[in-house]
Design a binder for this molecule. Structure first.
Ligand code: ADP
Length: 569
């Protein structure tokens, strides 16, 4: 290295590079610079070692090194080292060099930007200990510059000779400074790369371990990132299979359109789309429900880059909610039924304590009378007592039978079938034949429709209404009309008579069990017939009511739905 002057005291430096060496100097720097451009992480260490060797040889040094702080600046190991053949064992050399890079050494280096130890000009008093350490190791003279960006020192880079003290030339110093500068930038870049890669890895680990679907799309709504869960949903095993695809490649056009326009809106407006419920069809054709949020993704200057989306599969939750709702509805129905049954039970209790007790009391009273009359030998009275007891027993029998009939009309399972109401009327009239003849009743009827209903219950309904129409006649013989008016939803069926009629106050009440408007001596009955009629109409999903004017006949009407569905019970 002819051009580099040594031993040039007292200022310890010189700059007399020969013209040819100046050219080499420049080309070495550009060589170093270009070897650091685009250096790949895996070859970075090797490149640094080559640089150290080149600089070492160019400056005719015996060695060159780089020291870098470890985590939290606790240690400062020699990370890269080159020494010529005459140098001692690299491991020991590295350790000796590292030992000399004390806190004081680095402080001074940071402050002054340059340290020379073992040169003929006076070393810093503060670093006497370090100089001794190096002298013992046979190292100095040593030239060291800091590695650092702005005010952040990340280590040191230096050259050393073994042997006699000597001065470092300005060119040696410049070359080391320039190289340190280039190496710092590359190290800084490498550290940023490493930090970025770590961060990328961290994010990837997070999103790939989330059960939710996470994805990112560019401004053209093309997939550029999908987490593992989302890839699985899209039946892909690696990112490349989906990268660059759009929803049009995956979903039906209608769905893809919706996603696309939603996303374009998010990208352009910057407004997020939050918790949108979406349904997708899986490859197996299963419908799944997603709760999706899409937010705009912008670069640090605010330029749109696309969207980031998050979807949560809520199918199970939704199915469970539907199931719960179904159960709730069933529970509600069961509750309503239970209430109705309770009310019925109340009615039964009421009846048992009133209407049933009346004939019972009569039987008890007349049994006592019978005993007395028998003792007195009054056979006429005995006959009378027995007749009253029998009539009370019969009344009880009727009451019990009607009660059972009411209970059955509410409980018995419905036997749904298509039935001709004309036939039901015929059967009801057959059962009422004797009374019709007795009262000379005349029955006329419209042609009645065929409906979906329970035949037995329909016969009973007509029998009760026609029976009442015969029973509650006025002075004239009963004239009874059976009518029908139909619309798309229901048939309105009617039983009209010319009997005594009913005051409007009672139009509603008469359908309650045991409600009667007359004494038993006027008109025989238990007051249960219309309650049964109402129950039958309601079980078919219909209603029943009366229109009447006292003295002017009654017109009972009930409906049967054309399509008995949910309303029937
Ligand atoms: P019942 O016929 O055993 O008395 P219902 O429940 O059939 O019991 O009728 C209740 C009451 O409604 C009857 O007691 C009567 O007062 C009145 N009612 C029923 N049908 C008619 C009718 N066609 N004309 C006038 N009143 C009627």
């Amino acid at each position: 290295m002819g051009g580099i002057a040594v031993n040039n005291p007292p200022d310890g430096s010189t700059h007399d590079l020969a013209q040819s060496d100046r050219g080499n100097f420049t080309s070495l720097i550009s060589e170093i610079a270009s070897s650091l451009v685009d250096v790949r992480p895996e070859t970075f260490d090797r490149v640094l070692e080559v640089i150290l060797e080149k600089v070492g040889r160019f400056t005719a040094s015996d060695g060159a090194y780089i020291a870098q702080y470890g985590a939290k600046k606790q240690t400062l190991p020699i990370t890269h080292l080159w020494s010529n053949k005459s140098a001692t064992d690299a491991g020991t050399l590295g350790a000796d060099l590292a030992a000399a890079h004390t806190r004081a050494f680095m402080g001074e280096l940071k402050r002054s930007g340059l340290i020379t130890l073992g040169s003929p000009h006076a070393p810093s008093d503060k670093l006497r200990r370090e100089q001794m350490l190096l002298t013992d190791a046979g190292i100095p003279p040593l030239l060291s510059v800091p590695l650092g960006v702005k005010h952040r020192c990340i280590g040191a880079m230096g050259l050393f000779m073994s042997g006699a003290p000597q001065a470092w030339t300005e060119d040696q110093i410049s070359l080391l400074k320039i190289t340190a500068h280039l190496v710092t930038s590359a190290l800084h870049h490498d550290r940023i790369e490493e930090a970025l890669s770590n961060e990328r890895q961290l994010l990837r680990t997070v999103i790939d371990n989330l059960p939710d679907y996470i994805f990112a799309k560019d401004t053209g709504s093309r997939f550029i990132l999908n987490n593992t869960a989302h890839l699985r949903l899209l039946k892909a095993s690696v990112q490349e299979e989906v990268y660059g695809k759009t929803d049009y490649d995956i979903f039906p056009k209608e769905l893809a359109d919706q996603y696309f326009f939603d996303e374009q809106d998010v990208i352009q407006s910057g407004r997020p789309l939050v918790n949108r419920e979406e349904s997708v069809l899986t490859e197996e054709g299963r419908q799944r429900w997603l709760l999706t949020t899409k937010v705009a993704w912008r670069d640090s200057d605010g330029n749109p880059q696309g969207i980031v989306g998050m979807s949560r599969d809520i199918t199970d939750r939704k199915e469970m909610a539907e199931e719960i709702e179904k159960h709730a509805t069933l529970l509600e129905q069961a509750n309503a039924e239970l209430q109705a049954r309770n009310q019925e039970l109340d009615e039964f209790t009421y009846i048992a304590s009133h209407d049933l007790q009346e004939p019972l009391r009569k039987q008890v009273a007349f049994s006592d009378a019978l005993r007395e009359d028998l003792a007195a030998g009054d056979l006429n009275e005995v006959e009378n007592d027995l007749a009253t007891i029998t009539s009370a027993a019969k009344r009880m029998q009727t009451l019990v039978r009607d009660l059972l009939s009411l209970s059955r009309s509410g409980r018995q399972a419905m036997d749904w079938e298509e039935i001709d109401l004309n036939q039901c009327v015929e059967m009801a009239l057959d059962a009422l034949e004797i009374r019709i003849e007795q009262e000379k009743a005349v029955v006329t009827q419209d042609t009645l429709p065929t409906v979906r209903a329970d035949k037995t219950l329909m016969v009973q309904l007509y029998q009760n209404l026609i029976g009442n129409a015969i029973k509650f006649h006025g002075a004239a013989a009963p004239q009874i009309r059976l009518t029908v008016e139909s619309n798309a939803e229901e048939h309105v069926l009617g039983v009209a008579d010319n009997g005594i009629g009913i005051k409007p106050d009672y139009w509603e009440q008469i359908f309650a069990p045991f409600k009667r408007l007359h004494g038993r001596h006027e008109y025989e009955g238990t007051g249960i017939g219309l309650a049964i009629c109402r129950k039958i109409a309601e079980r078919h999903g219909g209603r029943i009511w009366v229109e009447s004017a006292p003295g002017d006949g009654s017109y009972f009407k009930f409906t049967v739905p054309v399509h008995p569905g949910d309303s029937a019970i």
